[in-house]
Design a protein around this ligand. Structure first.
Ligand code: AMP
Ligand code: ZN
Ligand code: FE
Ligand code: FE
Length: 275
């Protein structure tokens, strides 16, 4: 049976593995295909594709965009996106700038809590693209402010916590349109996190075409529930590890996978949409 993983982060956002390392590990662990889905960033995909050709690993171009609906943060995955789509490129550039500004605001809030942290500490972990809360969490651990990643989010960085700053307010509708405009398939990521289930019917009418059904934290019941919804709304079920390398509690490459058949269904959907 061929195994795949459709949700992986690299050093282009908040993962610790480079795109090349992701592909090399995928080969080592026996995966046939991977999708690189960095937060608001597509810079790692071509590198992964290049190594993928050498190793015989299929690389699906992907991205994970953050949207806001009411007070909830919703992540939408885009698969088979056209990497040269100008609207998408412009949007991602804007989001990278917004992430940097937001990181500055978070740092100021932490300073107000008498935590000594500067932008250069964070850039040491993030490089210059894809800066996110996990990079700030690393600094808090390094400085002994918290003992671990979970504590950093629980005490300071998590949604609604004392040093939380929300990202640019982009609606789910615009994010979905952006993905479709770039010939991609929009898929609701990790639907079980943070009370977003109630939005599924509205997201369907806005154009999502899939639900991330197989996800590390999903129970058998969750999977059944999402398979039913997928059936009801004629969507595709997808799945992936949300691997961030060594960062956070996500599975490592090869520890969580779905069957290749999932990708075949996604491809059929993608071909139908483009016709
Ligand atoms: P950002 O894109 O800066 O909002 O950061 C989002 C990332 O932070 C997610 O992809 C997760 O990797 C991580 N994250 C968010 N919330 C938590 C949490 N409560 N505990 C641990 N990690 C989290
Ligand atoms: Zn992440
Ligand atoms: Fe996510
Ligand atoms: Fe993710």
């Amino acid at each position: 049976m061929k195994k795949i993983d459709l949700h992986i982060h690299t050093t282009f956002s908040d993962g610790t593995l480079s795109p090349e390392e992701v592909v090399r590990l995928a080969k080592e662990k026996g995966l046939s295909a991977v999708s690189i889905t960095d937060h608001d960033e597509i810079g790692g995909i071509e590198l992964a594709e290049k190594v993928g050709k050498e190793y015989g690993i299929e690389v699906i171009p992907g991205v994970e965009l953050s949207a806001k609906r009411e007070d909830k943060s919703i992540h939408i995955l885009g698969y088979f996106i056209d990497l040269h789509n100008q609207k998408l490129i412009d949007f991602l550039r804007y989001m990278q700038g917004a992430r940097l500004k937001r990181a500055r605001k978070i740092i100021l809030k932490l300073n107000e809590h008498n935590i000594d942290i500067e932008m250069k500490d964070v850039l040491k972990y993030s490089g210059h693209t894809g800066i996110g809360r996990p990079h700030i969490a690393e600094v808090l651990i390094e400085k002994g402010v918290v003992n671990n990643f979970q504590e950093a989010f629980y005490k300071y960085l998590g949604d609604g916590k004392s040093c939380y700053v929300s990202k640019a307010d982009i609606s789910t509708k615009s994010v979905i349109e952006l993905i479709k405009n770039a010939s991609g398939i929009a898929v609701l990521a990790h639907p079980s996190s943070g009370g977003v289930n109630k939005f599924i019917p509205e997201l369907v009418s806005e154009g999502i075409e899939g639900i991330e059904t197989w996800y590390p934290s999903h129970s058998e019941n969750d999977i059944k529930k999402y398979l039913n919804l997928v059936d009801k709304y004629n969507l595709v079920p997808t799945g992936g590890s949300d691997c961030h390398g060594d960062r956070g509690r996500h599975p490592k490459i090869g520890e969580f996978w779905v069957e290749y058949e999932v990708l075949e269904k996604l491809k059929i959907k993608s071909q139908k949409l483009r016709r």
